[in-house]
Design a protein around this ligand. Structure first.
Ligand SMILES: *Cc1c(COP(=O)(O)O)cnc(C)c1O
Length: 362
Protein backbone atom coordinates (compact mmCIF):
# COMPACT_ATOMS: atom_id res chain seq x y z
CA UNK A 1 0.00 0.00 0.00
CA UNK A 2 1.20 3.48 -0.79
CA UNK A 3 1.56 5.97 2.04
CA UNK A 4 0.72 9.23 0.33
CA UNK A 5 -2.95 9.54 1.30
CA UNK A 6 -3.67 12.87 2.95
CA UNK A 7 -6.63 13.90 5.06
CA UNK A 8 -8.15 15.60 2.04
CA UNK A 9 -8.16 12.32 0.08
CA UNK A 10 -10.27 10.57 2.71
CA UNK A 11 -14.07 10.53 2.81
CA UNK A 12 -13.97 12.64 5.99
CA UNK A 13 -17.20 13.96 7.50
CA UNK A 14 -17.97 17.36 5.97
CA UNK A 15 -17.83 19.21 9.27
CA UNK A 16 -14.32 17.92 9.98
CA UNK A 17 -12.85 19.07 6.66
CA UNK A 18 -10.15 21.70 7.04
CA UNK A 19 -9.87 21.30 10.83
CA UNK A 20 -6.56 20.78 12.58
CA UNK A 21 -6.26 18.60 15.69
CA UNK A 22 -5.54 20.03 19.16
CA UNK A 23 -1.83 20.49 19.01
CA UNK A 24 0.00 22.12 21.89
CA UNK A 25 3.61 21.19 21.07
CA UNK A 26 5.00 18.42 23.30
CA UNK A 27 8.66 19.42 23.31
CA UNK A 28 11.24 18.28 25.81
CA UNK A 29 12.58 21.49 27.27
CA UNK A 30 14.00 22.35 30.69
CA UNK A 31 11.12 24.75 31.50
CA UNK A 32 7.71 23.71 30.11
CA UNK A 33 5.14 26.38 30.97
CA UNK A 34 2.77 25.89 28.03
CA UNK A 35 -0.16 23.67 29.06
CA UNK A 36 -0.96 24.86 32.60
CA UNK A 37 0.09 21.66 34.30
CA UNK A 38 1.06 21.62 37.96
CA UNK A 39 4.82 21.55 37.43
CA UNK A 40 5.49 20.23 40.96
CA UNK A 41 5.86 16.44 41.06
CA UNK A 42 3.54 14.52 43.37
CA UNK A 43 4.91 13.81 46.87
CA UNK A 44 6.91 10.60 47.25
CA UNK A 45 4.66 9.10 49.95
CA UNK A 46 1.57 9.70 47.81
CA UNK A 47 3.29 8.13 44.80
CA UNK A 48 4.04 5.04 46.89
CA UNK A 49 0.43 4.74 48.03
CA UNK A 50 -0.81 5.05 44.45
CA UNK A 51 1.59 2.34 43.32
CA UNK A 52 0.34 0.08 46.16
CA UNK A 53 -3.28 0.69 45.07
CA UNK A 54 -2.36 -0.07 41.45
CA UNK A 55 -0.62 -3.28 42.53
CA UNK A 56 -3.85 -4.46 44.15
CA UNK A 57 -6.02 -3.36 41.23
CA UNK A 58 -3.86 -5.15 38.69
CA UNK A 59 -4.52 -8.54 40.32
CA UNK A 60 -8.16 -8.36 39.16
CA UNK A 61 -7.58 -6.69 35.84
CA UNK A 62 -8.81 -9.84 34.04
CA UNK A 63 -12.31 -8.58 34.99
CA UNK A 64 -14.01 -5.45 33.69
CA UNK A 65 -13.81 -2.53 36.14
CA UNK A 66 -16.73 -1.17 38.18
CA UNK A 67 -18.77 0.42 35.41
CA UNK A 68 -20.23 2.86 37.91
CA UNK A 69 -16.83 3.81 39.42
CA UNK A 70 -18.70 4.05 42.72
CA UNK A 71 -15.73 4.43 45.07
CA UNK A 72 -14.32 7.20 42.91
CA UNK A 73 -17.66 9.03 42.79
CA UNK A 74 -17.91 8.84 46.58
CA UNK A 75 -14.36 10.18 46.94
CA UNK A 76 -15.02 13.02 44.48
CA UNK A 77 -18.29 13.98 46.20
CA UNK A 78 -16.45 14.17 49.55
CA UNK A 79 -13.74 16.28 47.97
CA UNK A 80 -16.25 18.74 46.52
CA UNK A 81 -18.45 18.97 49.63
CA UNK A 82 -21.48 21.26 49.22
CA UNK A 83 -23.79 18.39 50.29
CA UNK A 84 -23.09 16.53 47.04
CA UNK A 85 -23.35 12.74 46.98
CA UNK A 86 -22.16 10.13 44.51
CA UNK A 87 -25.45 10.46 42.56
CA UNK A 88 -24.39 13.99 41.66
CA UNK A 89 -20.97 12.99 40.33
CA UNK A 90 -19.82 11.84 36.91
CA UNK A 91 -16.22 11.19 35.83
CA UNK A 92 -14.32 10.29 32.68
CA UNK A 93 -10.84 10.23 31.16
CA UNK A 94 -10.19 13.94 31.62
CA UNK A 95 -12.79 16.68 31.69
CA UNK A 96 -12.41 16.84 27.91
CA UNK A 97 -14.13 13.46 27.75
CA UNK A 98 -16.76 14.65 30.23
CA UNK A 99 -17.49 17.65 27.98
CA UNK A 100 -17.61 15.40 24.92
CA UNK A 101 -20.16 13.16 26.66
CA UNK A 102 -22.22 16.22 27.57
CA UNK A 103 -22.29 17.22 23.89
CA UNK A 104 -23.13 13.65 22.84
CA UNK A 105 -26.09 13.64 25.22
CA UNK A 106 -27.38 17.19 24.81
CA UNK A 107 -25.86 18.48 21.55
CA UNK A 108 -25.48 16.78 18.19
CA UNK A 109 -26.75 17.49 14.67
CA UNK A 110 -29.22 20.35 14.51
CA UNK A 111 -28.13 21.66 17.92
CA UNK A 112 -25.70 24.38 18.93
CA UNK A 113 -23.34 25.26 21.75
CA UNK A 114 -22.44 28.86 22.62
CA UNK A 115 -19.10 29.88 24.12
CA UNK A 116 -17.43 33.24 24.61
CA UNK A 117 -14.24 33.69 22.58
CA UNK A 118 -11.37 33.77 23.11
CA UNK A 119 -11.93 30.65 25.18
CA UNK A 120 -10.75 27.05 25.55
CA UNK A 121 -9.61 25.83 22.13
CA UNK A 122 -11.06 22.35 22.69
CA UNK A 123 -14.69 23.54 22.76
CA UNK A 124 -15.05 24.01 18.98
CA UNK A 125 -13.22 20.72 18.36
CA UNK A 126 -15.50 18.81 20.75
CA UNK A 127 -18.45 20.48 19.03
CA UNK A 128 -17.38 19.35 15.53
CA UNK A 129 -16.59 15.87 16.77
CA UNK A 130 -20.16 15.51 18.02
CA UNK A 131 -21.80 17.30 15.07
CA UNK A 132 -22.83 20.21 17.29
CA UNK A 133 -22.71 23.73 15.82
CA UNK A 134 -20.18 25.93 17.67
CA UNK A 135 -21.16 29.57 18.13
CA UNK A 136 -18.41 31.95 19.26
CA UNK A 137 -19.95 34.78 21.24
CA UNK A 138 -17.94 37.86 22.20
CA UNK A 139 -16.67 39.36 25.43
CA UNK A 140 -16.41 42.81 26.97
CA UNK A 141 -13.21 44.87 27.23
CA UNK A 142 -10.29 43.11 28.95
CA UNK A 143 -11.91 39.72 28.15
CA UNK A 144 -14.50 40.20 30.92
CA UNK A 145 -18.01 38.74 30.54
CA UNK A 146 -20.81 40.74 32.14
CA UNK A 147 -24.28 39.28 32.76
CA UNK A 148 -25.72 41.70 30.18
CA UNK A 149 -23.28 40.73 27.41
CA UNK A 150 -23.67 37.00 28.06
CA UNK A 151 -27.48 37.19 28.15
CA UNK A 152 -27.56 39.28 24.98
CA UNK A 153 -25.73 36.47 23.17
CA UNK A 154 -27.97 33.78 24.62
CA UNK A 155 -31.06 35.73 23.55
CA UNK A 156 -29.64 36.36 20.09
CA UNK A 157 -28.58 32.80 19.18
CA UNK A 158 -30.84 30.63 21.40
CA UNK A 159 -28.21 27.88 21.90
CA UNK A 160 -29.00 24.36 23.17
CA UNK A 161 -25.93 24.48 25.41
CA UNK A 162 -23.74 27.22 26.85
CA UNK A 163 -20.12 26.60 27.86
CA UNK A 164 -18.83 29.06 30.45
CA UNK A 165 -15.13 28.74 31.25
CA UNK A 166 -14.45 29.98 34.78
CA UNK A 167 -11.78 31.21 35.08
CA UNK A 168 -11.45 31.49 31.33
CA UNK A 169 -8.64 29.79 29.47
CA UNK A 170 -6.56 31.31 27.80
CA UNK A 171 -7.24 34.71 29.39
CA UNK A 172 -7.34 33.77 33.11
CA UNK A 173 -10.41 35.99 33.61
CA UNK A 174 -12.62 34.98 36.54
CA UNK A 175 -16.36 34.79 35.90
CA UNK A 176 -18.93 36.15 38.36
CA UNK A 177 -21.69 34.00 39.79
CA UNK A 178 -24.07 36.76 38.60
CA UNK A 179 -23.14 36.03 34.97
CA UNK A 180 -23.62 32.28 35.46
CA UNK A 181 -27.00 32.73 37.16
CA UNK A 182 -28.14 35.22 34.50
CA UNK A 183 -27.20 32.85 31.67
CA UNK A 184 -29.01 30.00 33.40
CA UNK A 185 -32.18 32.08 33.70
CA UNK A 186 -31.96 33.20 30.08
CA UNK A 187 -31.93 29.69 28.56
CA UNK A 188 -33.86 26.42 28.76
CA UNK A 189 -30.73 24.62 27.66
CA UNK A 190 -27.79 23.04 29.42
CA UNK A 191 -25.29 25.39 31.07
CA UNK A 192 -21.81 24.00 31.70
CA UNK A 193 -19.38 25.85 33.93
CA UNK A 194 -15.88 24.56 33.23
CA UNK A 195 -13.99 25.09 36.48
CA UNK A 196 -10.77 23.34 35.48
CA UNK A 197 -8.77 25.88 37.50
CA UNK A 198 -11.15 26.32 40.46
CA UNK A 199 -8.57 25.51 43.14
CA UNK A 200 -6.38 28.43 42.05
CA UNK A 201 -9.09 31.03 42.71
CA UNK A 202 -9.23 33.14 45.86
CA UNK A 203 -10.17 30.67 48.64
CA UNK A 204 -12.93 33.01 49.93
CA UNK A 205 -14.63 33.29 46.50
CA UNK A 206 -17.61 30.92 46.20
CA UNK A 207 -17.62 28.82 43.03
CA UNK A 208 -20.37 27.59 40.75
CA UNK A 209 -21.08 24.57 42.99
CA UNK A 210 -22.97 26.95 45.28
CA UNK A 211 -25.43 27.59 42.42
CA UNK A 212 -26.35 23.92 41.87
CA UNK A 213 -29.34 23.60 44.26
CA UNK A 214 -32.54 24.15 42.27
CA UNK A 215 -30.74 24.38 38.93
CA UNK A 216 -31.09 20.94 37.33
CA UNK A 217 -29.66 22.07 33.97
CA UNK A 218 -26.45 23.44 35.52
CA UNK A 219 -23.31 21.27 35.21
CA UNK A 220 -20.04 22.13 36.95
CA UNK A 221 -17.05 20.43 35.40
CA UNK A 222 -13.73 19.96 37.21
CA UNK A 223 -10.49 18.10 36.59
CA UNK A 224 -7.64 16.45 38.49
CA UNK A 225 -5.28 17.60 35.70
CA UNK A 226 -4.35 21.05 37.01
CA UNK A 227 -4.20 21.86 40.74
CA UNK A 228 -4.31 18.16 41.61
CA UNK A 229 -1.10 17.43 39.66
CA UNK A 230 -2.67 14.41 37.94
CA UNK A 231 -2.75 15.39 34.23
CA UNK A 232 -1.09 12.15 33.10
CA UNK A 233 -3.71 9.97 34.83
CA UNK A 234 -6.61 11.52 32.84
CA UNK A 235 -9.35 12.10 35.39
CA UNK A 236 -12.03 14.77 34.96
CA UNK A 237 -15.46 14.94 36.55
CA UNK A 238 -18.61 16.97 36.95
CA UNK A 239 -21.25 17.69 39.55
CA UNK A 240 -24.90 18.05 38.55
CA UNK A 241 -28.41 16.84 39.19
CA UNK A 242 -28.63 13.00 39.28
CA UNK A 243 -30.79 13.11 36.12
CA UNK A 244 -27.83 14.61 34.25
CA UNK A 245 -25.46 11.83 35.30
CA UNK A 246 -28.14 9.36 34.17
CA UNK A 247 -28.23 11.04 30.77
CA UNK A 248 -24.46 10.63 30.46
CA UNK A 249 -24.83 6.86 31.04
CA UNK A 250 -26.59 6.75 27.67
CA UNK A 251 -23.52 7.89 25.76
CA UNK A 252 -20.47 6.70 27.71
CA UNK A 253 -18.67 3.64 26.43
CA UNK A 254 -19.14 0.70 28.78
CA UNK A 255 -16.35 0.55 31.39
CA UNK A 256 -14.87 3.83 30.13
CA UNK A 257 -12.80 4.37 33.30
CA UNK A 258 -10.18 1.65 33.65
CA UNK A 259 -9.68 -0.16 36.95
CA UNK A 260 -6.17 1.33 37.10
CA UNK A 261 -7.44 4.88 36.59
CA UNK A 262 -10.07 4.41 39.28
CA UNK A 263 -7.58 2.95 41.75
CA UNK A 264 -5.01 5.68 41.13
CA UNK A 265 -7.56 8.48 41.46
CA UNK A 266 -9.08 7.10 44.67
CA UNK A 267 -5.60 6.72 46.19
CA UNK A 268 -4.66 10.27 45.17
CA UNK A 269 -7.89 11.73 46.58
CA UNK A 270 -7.12 10.05 49.93
CA UNK A 271 -4.09 12.39 50.04
CA UNK A 272 -5.89 15.56 49.04
CA UNK A 273 -4.00 17.95 51.39
CA UNK A 274 -0.61 16.66 50.16
CA UNK A 275 -1.69 16.75 46.51
CA UNK A 276 -2.88 20.35 46.85
CA UNK A 277 0.03 21.47 49.02
CA UNK A 278 1.69 23.44 46.22
CA UNK A 279 -1.41 25.41 45.22
CA UNK A 280 -0.59 28.37 47.50
CA UNK A 281 2.91 28.46 46.12
CA UNK A 282 1.65 28.35 42.51
CA UNK A 283 -0.78 31.18 43.28
CA UNK A 284 2.05 33.32 44.59
CA UNK A 285 4.17 32.56 41.49
CA UNK A 286 1.17 33.61 39.36
CA UNK A 287 0.92 36.89 41.28
CA UNK A 288 4.66 37.34 40.87
CA UNK A 289 4.27 36.82 37.10
CA UNK A 290 1.60 39.53 36.97
CA UNK A 291 3.67 42.10 38.85
CA UNK A 292 6.97 41.28 37.12
CA UNK A 293 5.44 41.25 33.63
CA UNK A 294 4.01 44.71 34.33
CA UNK A 295 7.42 45.88 35.57
CA UNK A 296 8.99 44.62 32.32
CA UNK A 297 6.53 46.76 30.34
CA UNK A 298 4.01 44.08 29.29
CA UNK A 299 0.25 44.10 29.97
CA UNK A 300 -0.61 41.06 32.08
CA UNK A 301 -4.34 40.29 32.43
CA UNK A 302 -5.89 39.57 35.79
CA UNK A 303 -5.90 35.83 36.46
CA UNK A 304 -7.71 33.49 38.85
CA UNK A 305 -5.89 30.47 37.41
CA UNK A 306 -2.34 29.11 37.33
CA UNK A 307 -1.39 30.97 34.16
CA UNK A 308 -1.13 34.53 32.95
CA UNK A 309 -2.00 35.99 29.56
CA UNK A 310 0.10 39.02 28.78
CA UNK A 311 -0.26 41.60 26.05
CA UNK A 312 2.14 44.17 24.67
CA UNK A 313 4.15 41.52 22.81
CA UNK A 314 5.15 43.07 19.52
CA UNK A 315 5.83 39.79 17.70
CA UNK A 316 4.46 36.81 19.70
CA UNK A 317 5.96 34.25 17.32
CA UNK A 318 9.45 35.77 17.61
CA UNK A 319 9.23 36.04 21.39
CA UNK A 320 7.95 32.44 21.60
CA UNK A 321 10.92 31.24 19.51
CA UNK A 322 13.46 33.30 21.44
CA UNK A 323 12.20 31.92 24.76
CA UNK A 324 12.25 28.38 23.33
CA UNK A 325 15.86 28.85 22.29
CA UNK A 326 16.49 29.59 25.99
CA UNK A 327 14.74 26.35 26.97
CA UNK A 328 11.47 28.01 28.06
CA UNK A 329 8.25 26.84 26.41
CA UNK A 330 5.23 29.18 26.61
CA UNK A 331 2.02 29.26 24.56
CA UNK A 332 1.09 31.34 21.56
CA UNK A 333 -2.70 31.15 21.85
CA UNK A 334 -3.32 33.11 18.67
CA UNK A 335 -4.45 36.34 20.33
CA UNK A 336 -2.60 39.16 18.52
CA UNK A 337 0.09 40.76 20.68
CA UNK A 338 -0.28 38.20 23.47
CA UNK A 339 1.39 35.10 24.92
CA UNK A 340 0.32 32.83 27.76
CA UNK A 341 2.62 31.41 30.44
CA UNK A 342 1.89 28.94 33.25
CA UNK A 343 3.07 29.63 36.78
CA UNK A 344 5.75 27.03 37.51
CA UNK A 345 7.96 26.37 40.48
CA UNK A 346 9.78 29.43 41.80
CA UNK A 347 12.89 28.40 39.81
CA UNK A 348 10.96 27.83 36.58
CA UNK A 349 9.15 31.13 36.93
CA UNK A 350 12.48 32.85 37.50
CA UNK A 351 13.94 31.20 34.37
CA UNK A 352 11.03 32.49 32.31
CA UNK A 353 11.23 36.04 33.70
CA UNK A 354 15.02 36.19 33.29
CA UNK A 355 14.82 34.90 29.70
CA UNK A 356 12.09 37.41 28.86
CA UNK A 357 13.94 40.31 30.47
CA UNK A 358 17.07 39.38 28.52
CA UNK A 359 15.13 39.89 25.28
CA UNK A 360 14.92 43.59 26.13
CA UNK A 361 11.90 45.85 26.31
CA UNK A 362 8.77 44.69 24.42
C1 LIG B 1 -6.85 22.02 31.04
C2 LIG B 1 -8.29 22.27 30.86
C3 LIG B 1 -9.21 21.25 31.01
C4 LIG B 1 -8.74 19.92 31.51
O1 LIG B 1 -8.76 18.93 30.61
P1 LIG B 1 -8.52 17.43 31.10
O2 LIG B 1 -9.11 16.67 29.97
O3 LIG B 1 -9.26 17.25 32.38
O4 LIG B 1 -7.06 17.25 31.26
C5 LIG B 1 -10.56 21.53 30.86
N1 LIG B 1 -10.97 22.77 30.58
C6 LIG B 1 -10.10 23.78 30.45
C7 LIG B 1 -10.60 25.14 30.19
C8 LIG B 1 -8.74 23.56 30.57
O5 LIG B 1 -7.88 24.57 30.43
Amino acid sequence: MGGVTSLNDLPLRDNLRGLTPYGAPQLHVPVALNVNENTHGIPEEVAQDIVAALAVAVTTVNRYPDREFTELRVALSRYLGHGLTRENIWAANGSNEVLQQVLQAFGGPGRSVLGFAPTYSMYPLLASGTGTRWIAGGRDAEFELSPATAVEWVDRVAPDLVFLCSPNNPTGTPLSLETIAAVYSATDGIVVVDEAYAEFGAPEEPGALTLLPGRERLLVSRTMSKAFAFAGARVGYLAADPAVTDALRLVRLPYHLSALTQAAAVAALAHTPAMLAMVDDIRSQRDRLVSELARLGYSPRRSASNFVLFGGVEDPRATFEALLADGVLVRDVGIPGHLRVSAGTEAETTSFLDALEALGRP
